[in-house]
Design a protein around this ligand. Structure first.
Ligand code: OGA
Ligand code: MN
Length: 285
């Protein structure tokens, strides 16, 4: 069966059908890679993947990244160390995975390191009856829609990305509540980056919490970041994934942000997850 790519009406993301991810051929990987760069987020429905197949499929896109800070100490183990768990499920009172049941605000993954992952993939094993949708935002579009004045203003600016909090805003183990912006653990990246494969410019925000534009005073930095966040929330294209069991969603972490809706704490949501290690540092546009 040939691979079919069906772009979503939202203008970001595409459904990929006609492929079994547990046994992809090199030609299929090539097609999937092209679709991933072109559409930024890919969804594959009806997949049956164990941790080996999930890790092996993901490894077609590059070396796999280890678990984000905070996951390494979890007791619950998957069949492959590169596969981590996103879940609200607790065993003997202990969370088996990250992010709980609350909302996760807009973010890109692990931008607090020098070479953030190129891709992340989530595979759904259990889903709640409602809630828990994952939203994706097109950061090319977010950049393109900026006024020329604002684009000019962003030229040469860099932003510190906070390593101390997870995507649900919680303080990670071993970090202080507050730091000066100079001491804040994290990485500094250009605010506008050029995507190494598409060549397009993308706004690179990471997340809002504890972000600092290093070339500006704290007040100017907050004003600029607030302005950018109002802009992206109002103007950038978004698509929301309503999960079915067996969906694999893989995104380009360099040109998208994502967020998650909260869901009923008494229901169960279980995702297995991989990340493809960054192949380059984010480069200024
Ligand atoms: C992630 C993430 C959102 C979700 O895995 O990086 O942000 O829907 N997950 O669980
Ligand atoms: Mn994330």
């Amino acid at each position: 069966m040939p691979i079919t790519v069906t772009p979503f009406e939202a203008g970001i993301g595409a459904d990929i059908s006609g492929v079994d991810l547990s046994e992809v051929s090199p030609a299929e990987v090539d097609q999937i890679r092209k679709a991933w760069v072109a559409h930024q987020v890919l969804r594959f429905r009806g997949q049956k993947l164990d941790d080996d197949s999930l890790a092996n499929f993901s490894a077609n896109f590059g070396e796999l990244e280890g678990a984000p800070i905070g996951f390494k100490t979890m007791n619950y183990k998957t069949d492959r160390p590169e596969v981590t768990v996103i879940s609200n499920i607790k065993i003997d009172g202990e969370a088996i995975g990250g992010l709980g049941d609350g909302e996760a605000e807009w973010h890109s993954d692990m931008t607090y390191i020098d070479m953030p992952p190129d891709a992340s993939a989530l595979y759904s094993l259990e889903i709640p009856a409602s809630g828990g949708n994952t939203w994706f935002m097109d950061m090319y579009d977010a950049y393109d829609a900026l006024s020329d004045d604002l684009k000019a203003k962003l030229n040469g600016l860099t932003c510190k990305h906070d390593a101390t909090r997870s995507s649900d805003g919680k303080l990670r183990n071993g970090f202080e509540e507050t730091y000066s912006r100079e001491d804040l653990p994290g990485a500094i990246h250009p605010l506008v980056i050029q995507h190494p494969e598409s060549g397009r410019n993308a706004l690179y925000l990471g997340r809002r919490l504890n972000a600092h534009v290093m070339e500006l005073s704290p007040a100017e930095s907050d004003a600029l970041l607030d302005q950018l966040w109002v802009h992206v929330r109002a103007h950038a294209k978004t698509w929301s994934q309503e999960w079915q069991i067996g969906d694999l969603v893989m995104w380009d972490n360099r040109c998208t942000m994502h967020r998650r809706d909260s869901f009923d704490a008494s229901s169960r949501r279980l995702m297995h997850r991989t990340q493809v290690r960054g192949s380059t540092k984010p480069v200024a546009a």
